[in-house]
Design a binder for this molecule. Structure first.
Ligand code: ADP
Ligand code: ASP
Ligand code: MG
Length: 722
C-alpha cells in the first residue's frame, strides 16, 4: 500500500487537481493507494473566519465566496450529469456548513476537497472509496488515541480488498464522544502518516509545492537547495523549529513503524525530492538546514541551525554569532545549543537577513565567497552585466571560487532589494513592481541594511550619484563603477572618495571608465605605484571619433558630415555630437588616466584643440551640420595632403612630463598627424590604443576594442573578482 498526501496548494484549482490525479493514477498502477488531501489552499483560514463571524450577512457572503471557488473547480472537472450530481452534493455540504458553529466549521474544507476528488477518480474508473477520517482518527482532549485510530483505519479498509484507491480527508478527526476535532494546523501530513502506519504502508509520499525539504525556506533564502536524504531526527528538529514543509508530529508514526517519508514536488513529479528515513549517524560534519520561529508577543524570532556529527560544537555558536554580527544582525543574549540544533535569537524585523547570513556561512560552499551586488542602472551595461554573470556563473565559481549574487537592482524609475538574492529570470519583472527610485531611495535603503562586504555596482551615467559613494563606503560597502562622470569630478572630490575607501577598508574600482575592458588603468597604476614614474600617456580613446575619422577617406568616400550624421542617428555620438568633437568625453578619460598616474589634473589644466573652429560650436545643430557640409573641402584638402605624405590624422589625448608646467606635466587633446611607425596610425573603428611611457620600462602599448556593453560587463566582473 502507498500513502500519498497532497497539500492545499497542490489541490488549489482544477488544473492542479488534474495533475494530482495523474500522479495518483501512475502510483495506483503499481500498488493500492490511500490518497490523503488537504483543503484547497486558503480554505481552512476562510473557515476559521466564517466560524468566528457573528454578522449573519457577512458570514453568508463568505460562505458564498467559498462555494464559488469550489463550484468553479467542479465546472472545470465535470460535465453533464456528473457535474449535476457533484453540485447536489456540494449543496448539502454547504447546508451543513451554514448550520455549523465556531470550530465546527473548520473540518469542511477537507471534506469538500476529498469528496470532489473521489468523485473525479470514480469518473476515471479508478473505483475510489472515500474514508471518513472523522470516524477513524480519534482524539481525546485533542491528543491522538493511536491504537484505536489504527484499529479503526484497518477495519475500514479490510472489507474493500478490491479497491485500488482510497481517498481520505487529512487534518480532521473526532473526539471519543464523537465531536469533530482536528490534528492542528498543517495536520494533513500527520493524517497521512497515521494511515501509513496503520496499514504498514511501503511508501509515504508528502506532495507539496517545493522540491523537497530544503536547507532553508526558499521563500526566505533563494539560494536554498534540496536535501536529498535526512534522518528522522533532523527532519523533526527542522519541523519543530519552524520548517512548515513537514508537520512535526508526522515524524512520530513514520519513525516508530520505520516508514520512509518522501517529500516531493507536485509541480515536478519526476524529481526525487527528499527522503526522510532511518539513517546511520553521519560520519562527517553535516549542516542540514536553517529555520526560524517567530514570537509575535516579543517581536523576537528564534533561528535554528540543524546539524549532524559536529565534532566541536562550541565553535558553532561562536561562528553563528560572528556571522550574524558581521552582517549587522543584533543577537539577543548568546546563541545556545540543544543536541544537534543551535539557536540564536534576534529581532523578527531582521530574521530574513539572519537566515540568509547563517545560510551563506554554513551552506554556501565554505570556500566559495559570495559577492553580494547592488546594481544601479539597468540599461545596456546593467543588463549585459546580469546576463554575463548568469552565463559565466559556473566558470567564475570553478576558476575563482567565488559567486556573484545580485541582491538589489535599480533603474531610474524603480528599485528592489532582496537580501536572499534576485534570480536573473525574475529580475525584470520584480524591478517593474519595485519601489519608486526617486531621489536615490535605492541607496537610502541600502544604507539601512547591514550589507557590509557587499558591492555597489554603478552602471548609470548619472552626474551626481558619486555624491552617495562615500556614504556607502562608510557603511563598509565596496564600489565598482563604469560611470566616467563619477571620476571626472573636481580633484578634491576624487581624492576624498579614494581616501574614504582606504579609511573604511573597502575597494573602489573603476577600470571600465577608460578603454572599456582594456587593462589600461591597472597598467598605469601598476607602474605608477611601483616607483616607475610615468613619462607620458598618449591615448586614442574616443570610440565615436575614431570610428568616423578612420572611415573618412577624403574625396574617395562619404563626406565627413554624412559620417557624423550617421553616427549621430545610430546614437554612437552624444545627443549633441559636438560634445565628442569638442573633446569633452576624451577630457573625462584623460583626467582619470592622469590621476591614476598620480597627477592631480583638473579639467582647466587641459589644453583642448577642437577639430573645428569656434563658430561651429555656438550655433544650432541644423546650422552646425550645414556648416560642416560647407567645410567638406577643407577636410578633403587635409586628407589628400596627408595621403600624399603617407600619414593619417587621429584625435589624441596626451599627458607628457614637462618641468615648465605647474603640475610638472602638460595635458593636451588635439588632432595629430601620424605616420605608419606610430601605433595610432593603425587604429580602426571603435578600437582604442593607449601608449604608456615610463622611466624604466619600454613603452607599453594597449590596443583593443573600446566599445560594447558585453565587454563593459566583463570589465566590471573583473573589477568585482580582483
Ligand atoms: P502544503 O500545503 O503542501 O502542506 P505547506 O505550505 O504546509 O504546504 O509547506 C510547504 C511550504 O513550507 C513551502 O512552500 C515553503 O515555503 C515552506 N518551508 C519552510 N521551510 C522549508 C524548508 N526547509 N524546505 C522547504 N520548504 C520550506
Ligand atoms: N487544511 C489544514 C490547514 O490549512 C491542514 C493542512 O493543510 O495540512 O492547516
Ligand atoms: Mg503543510
Amino acid at each position: 500500500m502507498r500513502v500519498l498526501k497532497f497539500g492545499g496548494s497542490s489541490v488549489a484549482d482544477a488544473t492542479r487537481i488534474s495533475r494530482v490525479l495523474d500522479i495518483v493514477e501512475a502510483e495506483a498502477a503499481k500498488d493500492r493507494v490511500i490518497l490523503v488531501c488537504s483543503a484547497i489552499s486558503g480554505c481552512t483560514d476562510s473557515l476559521i473566519r466564517i466560524g468566528g463571524q457573528r454578522d449573519a450577512a457577512l458570514r453568508s457572503s463568505m460562505i458564498a465566496a467559498l462555494r464559488a471557488r469550489h463550484s468553479q473547480i467542479v465546472r472545470r472537472l465535470f460535465t453533464g450529469e456528473q457535474r449535476r450530481q457533484v453540485e447536489t452534493e456540494l449543496d448539502s455540504i454547504f447546508e451543513d456548513l451554514s448550520a455549523a458553529k465556531g470550530e465546527q466549521c473548520v473540518p469542511f474544507g477537507e471534506i469538500l476537497s476529498t469528496r470532489i476528488i473521489a468523485r473525479k477518480l470514480n469518473c476515471e474508473q479508478l473505483s475510489a472509496f472515500w474514508l471518513d477520517s472523522r470516524r477513524l482518527v480519534k482524539t481525546d482532549g485533542g491528543k491522538l488515541v493511536e491504537e484505536l485510530s489504527y484499529k479503526n483505519i484497518r477495519a475500514a479498509i479490510k472489507p474493500h480488498s478490491q479497491t485500488r484507491v482510497f481517498v481520505a480527508p487529512g487534518f480532521i478527526a473526532s473526539e471519543l464522544d464523537g465531536t469533530v476535532s482536528t490534528l492542528g494546523r498543517g495536520g494533513s501530513d500527520y493524517s497521512a502518516a497515521l494511515y501509513a502506519a496503520a496499514v504498514g504502508a511501503d511508501s509515504l509520499q508528502i506532495w507539496t509545492d517545493v522540491p523537497g525539504i530544503m536547507t532553508a525556506n526558499p521563500r526566505q533564502v533563494s539560494s536554498a537547495v534540496t536535501v536529498p536524504t535526512m534522518s528522522y531526527a533532523s527532519a523533526l528538529s527542522l519541523a519543530e523549529n519552524g520548517a512548515k514543509v513537514l508537520y512535526a508530529p508526522t515524524l512520530g508514526p513514520a519513525m516508530s513503524s520505520g516508514i520512509a517519508i518522501e517529500v516531493r514536488n507536485s509541480f515536478d513529479p519526476s524529481n526525487a525530492g527528499t527522503i526522510v528515513c532511518k539513517s546511520d549517524p553521519a560520519q562527517v560534519e553535516t549542516w542540514v538546514g536553517v529555520t526560524s520561529t517567530d514570537d509575535p508577543g516579543s517581536g523576537l524570532s528564534t533561528l535554528c541551525l540543524v546539524s549532524e556529527a559536529v565534532r566541536v560544537p562550541e565553535i558553532v555558536c561562536e561562528r553563528m554569532l560572528a556571522c550574524l554580527q558581521e552582517n549587522g544582525v543584533r543577537v539577543e543574549g548568546k546563541p545556545w545549543r540543544e543536541g544537534d540544533a543551535y539557536f540564536a535569537r534576534c529581532s523578527t524585523a531582521f530574521i530574513k537577513e539572519a537566515l540568509c547570513a547563517v545560510h551563506r556561512e554554513f551552506f554556501e560552499n565554505a570556500s566559495l565567497g559570495v559577492i553580494d551586488v547592488f546594481l544601479a542602472g539597468y540599461g545596456g551595461v546593467g543588463r549585459s552585466f546580469v546576463s554575463t554573470v548568469t552565463a559565466a556563473a559556473g566558470r567564475i565559481a570553478s576558476r575563482t571560487g567565488k559567486s556573484i549574487r545580485i541582491v538589489g537592482v535599480s533603474n531610474s524609475r524603480s528599485y528592489m532589494i532582496d537580501p536572499g538574492g534576485i534570480s536573473p529570470e525574475q529580475l525584470e519583472q520584480r524591478l517593474r513592481y519595485g519601489k519608486s527610485a526617486q531621489n536615490y531611495a535605492f541607496i537610502d535603503e541600502i544604507e539601512t541594511l547591514s550589507a557590509r562586504k557587499a558591492v555597489f555596482v554603478d552602471c548609470t551615467d548619472s552626474h551626481d550619484i558619486h555624491l552617495r559613494y562615500e556614504g556607502l563606503m562608510r557603511r563598509g560597502i565596496n564600489i565598482v563603477t563604469s560611470n566616467r562622470r563619477s571620476l571626472a569630478v573636481p580633484y578634491a572630490q576624487y581624492a576624498s572618495m579614494k581616501a574614504t575607501a582606504r579609511e573604511n577598508g573597502v575597494f573602489f574600482r573603476y577600470d571600465t571608465t577608460v578603454g572599456n575592458a582594456l587593462p589600461i588603468l591597472e597598467s598605469i597604476a601598476g607602474r605608477a605605484n611601483c616607483s616607475d614614474s610615468i613619462v607620458a600617456i598618449e591615448a586614442v580613446i574616443s570610440c565615436t571619433l575614431n570610428q568616423i575619422i578612420s572611415r573618412y577617406d577624403g574625396s574617395r568616400g562619404p563626406s565627413f558630415a554624412s559620417l557624423l550624421r550617421e553616427a549621430h542617428e545610430s546614437a554612437l555620438t552624444e545627443p549633441d555630437p559636438r560634445t565628442d568633437l569638442g573633446g569633452k568625453d576624451v577630457l573625462r578619460k584623460l583626467l582619470i588616466l592622469s590621476r591614476e598616474a598620480g597627477v592631480p589634473l583638473e579639467a582647466s589644466d587641459v589644453e583642448i584643440s577642437p577639430m573645428l573652429p569656434p563658430e561651429f560650436f555656438d550655433c544650432g545643430i541644423d546650422e552646425f551640420f550645414a556648416k560642416l557640409e560647407a567645410w567638406e573641402q577643407n577636410f578633403i584638402d587635409l586628407e589628400d595632403e596627408l595621403d600624399g605624405k603617407g600619414m593619417r590624422q587621429r584625435f589624441v589625448a596626451t599627458l607628457r612630463r614637462d618641468k615648465t608646467r605647474p603640475l610638472g606635466y602638460r595635458a593636451e587633446i588635439k588632432m595629430q598627424h601620424v605616420d605608419p611607425s606610430d601605433p595610432f596610425y593603425w587604429v580602426t573603428g571603435t578600437e582604442n590604443v593607449t601608449v604608456i611611457r615610463s622611466e624604466q620600462s619600454a613603452p607599453l602599448i594597449i590596443r583593443g576594442a573600446g566599445e560594447g556593453t558585453r565587454l563593459a560587463a566583463s570589465g566590471i566582473i573583473r573589477d568585482l573578482l580582483q
